[in-house]
Design a protein around this ligand. Structure first.
Ligand code: SF4
Length: 104
């Protein structure tokens, strides 16, 4: 693949809410088996002890694109994660059924 930002296409990963909830559809469309669920344990994606879900967001990736992110003076973080309710339209409880009050 020319002009690719992916060094090795075989290392391309798909994850997140859509990939978790619609994993079969994503696989059919891309041929890539999605990572379903969280990255909240060491070794979820690779073989080190880093818990990816606890890392701050990497805003440096925005420097690699021409798009000017409108909220470029903001910072996102989680105060809580998960939910014990099961609203039919929602994906939160399907991915994170345990409520966590605070993540440092
Ligand atoms: S919408 Fe989702 S996150 Fe909100 S209460 Fe319902 S299940 Fe929980």
């Amino acid at each position: 693949m020319e002009n690719s930002i992916v060094k090795n296409e075989n290392e391309l990963k798909i994850g997140g809410v859509l990939a978790t909830v619609l994993a079969n559809e994503v696989y059919k469309a891309t041929g890539i088996k999605p990572h379903k669920g969280l990255l909240n344990k060491p070794g979820d994606l690779d073989y080190n002890n880093i818990i990816i879900d606890e890392l701050p967001l990497d805003y440096s990736i925005l420097d690699e694109i021409e798009y000017k992110y409108p909220e470029n003076n903001a910072y996102y973080g989680y105060m809580t994660r998960g939910c014990i309710n099961k609203c039919s339209f929602c994906a939160v409880w399907k991915i994170e059924p345990t409520f966590n009050q605070y993540i440092s």
